[in-house]
Design a protein around this ligand. Structure first.
Ligand code: HEC
Length: 177
């Protein structure tokens, strides 16, 4: 390659680079990349999304009040078999893994002589029929951090029958709603 040819090629490459730089500058002047364009066209994204919608539908728990009068106490006793590993139901019976549940309907929440978790101890309502219903649907949803290690009863009939049976475990059963 002679020197002249080399110079021509070098000149072509250099002017190419120069042109790119010049066009770049012109482009920048026209569009100005330093302007903050992130808010130029604000797009409102609604807060709700699918996950949140799911959480909302999950906490809609079918009430049992209407089912209690016709509930089947015998079936409730069968459902209670799922509780006996951790709970006693007889008057004056000892606590097991969980507190004794004799006379639990309308009893103060988390106030028996038992070492409750913080979340249960901090409840200050009563175990009405519907509170028991919500708790037993999914204990960990009702009281996040509870040490009752039980998934819950998803079938509303099971909950109604069980709670109707729990009601009978009392000297003086609470009136039916
Ligand atoms: C694996 C053991 C376990 C099983 C199974 C279980 N529980 Fe519990 N339960 C516990 C424990 C532990 C607590 C105390 C929870 C806390 O302090 O967070 C508790 C608390 C409760 C309470 C609150 C009592 C109070 O004095 O406030 C009720 C009501 C209850 N359980 C009902 C039931 C019923 C009904 C079943 C059966 C469907 C059941 N549990 C199954 C362990 C269990």
């Amino acid at each position: 390659m002679d020197a002249l040819k080399f110079n021509k090629i070098a000149a072509a490459v250099l002017s190419g680079i120069l042109l790119i730089m010049i066009f770049g500058k012109i482009g920048n002047i026209l569009v100005n990349p330093n302007t903050d364009v992130s808010n130029a066209y604000p797009i409102e994204v609604p807060e709700t999304n699918l996950t949140k919608a799911k959480e909302v539908t999950e906490v809609i728990i079918e009430p049992i009040t209407a089912l209690l009068a016709a509930a089947n106490v015998e079936s409730g006793l069968k459902v209670a078999k799922k509780c006996v590993a951790c709970h006693g139901f007889e008057a004056g019976g000892p606590n097991k893994v969980g507190p004794n549940l004799y006379d639990i309907v309308n009893k103060e929440q988390g106030k028996a002589d038992y070492a409750y978790s913080k979340v249960l101890a901090s409840l200050d309502g009563k175990w009405t029929y519907e509170e028991l219903n919500k708790f037993l649907y999914k204990p960990k949803l009702y009281s996040k951090g509870t040490k009752m290690n039980y998934a819950g009863l998803s079938k509303v009939k099971d909950r109604a029958n069980l709670i109707a049976w729990l009601r009978t475990k009392s000297d003086n059963p609470a009136p039916l709603p």
